[in-house]
Ligand binder design. Structure first.
Ligand SMILES: *Cc1c(COP(=O)(O)O)cnc(C)c1O
Length: 401
């Protein structure tokens, strides 16, 4: 530590004084970051395997993102949705060219992207004269923290004390087609699903289950919403995860990695559904603002390159191989699940992941958790092999203490 003064501590103490106690942050305060390296106030270096929970898709301070942001910041920041802007229009053009979608609605977060998706799905049926407003979501899912999104998620902890919650939401079991069959009816407006349940521990949907849900929705006139807030923008080695399965959603939500660290959300929609929305039916003050869209344009340009996406798959194999080695040496993990550069390591013996996280921080590795016993990695998609090896060394150190 520099000069024996812990520069992190002063700020940590102030944090406790002035911040709502809804988080339990690590006991260091970062000062700067570059690529997949982060330095705290005491100049201690960390390797970032957390990627800001799948947000820093191109690492920290990526030169092309810095340039996109600074250029835009000198031209135009905000005008509201009374007036459109070029970065937003270009971003919508990129997203519709590269995906199933015809139309895009911009917001600022995953929660807002989902909120719009559900509103659009209900509105679509309303405009068609269908008496359908029920939404089928899944147990152990995560869709955000707004009242609607905690209703979609079934977590008791996330809901406790916040009722009454929006109604019309039913919960099926993930990877159980029969449980969806049981709930689907002529009242169902949409099914909302994650391709991989990230918060539940990086648990992937089975191919036949997803295809079954797609079929069931099509046969019953039900819209399929894919929540790709965490799985999208290259995380699974595809621009969007659905591209790995040979099926398409009717509505898709994107956020997290889309802005590479700048807040942005997007709801992607097919034409016939989008046309149920008219002027004034939904909106957002900041959604589609030029600063966020300028950065997201650059992120999509870089990540949609097929060579870049192949590299993500190679890095997944490289990192998982190293993790398996470490796990064997320290009897650390019961299971390692990966879907691209998105990895859940389930601890042996129901180990407490928060204890391990603290040890990781001490040894200079940033990771995140999922559930109570899964260590989750969602590093920058462009993390180098050297940075992976450095992070693995720090993980070994954490596991051996
Ligand atoms: C993070 C997440 C959300 C919520 O996004 P916010 O930006 O925190 O509102 C929604 N769905 C999934 C799958 C997520 O991982």
């Amino acid at each position: 530590m520099n000069n024996n003064i812990d520069k992190n501590k002063q700020l940590r103490d102030l944090y406790k004084e002035v911040m709502l106690p809804n988080y339990a942050p690590a006991d260091f305060i970062p000062e700067k970051a570059s690529g997949s390296s982060v330095w705290d106030k005491n100049n201690k270096k960390f390797i970032d395997f957390g990627g800001g929970i799948a947000v820093n898709s191109l690492g920290h301070s990526h030169p092309q993102l810095v340039s996109a942001l600074s250029k835009q910041s000198q031209k135009l920041w905000h005008l509201s949705n009374y007036i459109s802007n070029e970065p937003a229009i270009h971003l919508a053009k990129q997203l519709t060219d590269l995906t199933f979608a015809d139309k895009v609605y911009f917001s600022n977060s995953g929660s807002e992207a989902n909120e719009a998706a559900i509103k659009i799905a209900r509105r679509y049926h309303h405009e068609k004269g269908n008496n359908r407003n029920e939404i089928i979501a899944f147990n152990n899912s995560f869709h955000g923290r707004s009242l609607l999104n905690i209703s979609l998620g079934a977590s008791h902890n996330h809901r406790k004390g916040f009722g009454p919650l929006p109604g019309g939401i039913l919960h099926a079991d993930y990877n159980s087609l029969s449980s969806v069959e049981e709930l689907i009816s002529d009242k169902t407006a949409a099914v909302i699903i994650e391709l991989v349940q990230g918060e539940a521990g990086v648990v992937a949907a089975k191919q036949e289950f997803l295809l079954g849900v797609r079929d069931l929705c099509t046969q019953n006139g039900v819209l399929l919403i894919m929540d790709e807030v965490q799985s999208g923008v290259g995380r699974m080695g595809h621009l969007y995860g659905y591209m790995a399965f040979g099926i398409e959603p009717d509505i898709l939500t994107s956020a997290k990695g889309l802005g590479g660290g700048i807040p942005i959300g997007a709801t992607l929609i097919k034409n016939d559904i989008a046309s149920s929305m008219d002027v004034g039916s939904h909106g957002s003050t900041f959604g589609g603002n030029p600063m966020a869209c300028a950065v997201a344009n650059k992120v999509i340009e870089i990540v949609s390159n097929p060579t870049f996406l192949q590299e993500v798959k190679k890095k997944e194999a490289f990192l998982v191989n190293k993790l398996e080695g470490v796990s064997k040496k320290y009897q650390a993990f019961r299971e390692i699940r990966s879907s691209g550069l998105w990895i859940g390591c389930e601890l042996n013996n129901n180990g407490e992941v928060n204890d391990l996280l603290d040890k990781c921080y001490k040894s200079g590795l940033i990771a995140v958790s999922a559930g109570t016993s899964t260590l989750r990695f969602a590093p920058a998609l462009n993390i180098s092999e050297d940075e992976i090896l450095e992070g693995i060394k720090k993980l070994e150190k954490a596991l051996s203490t």
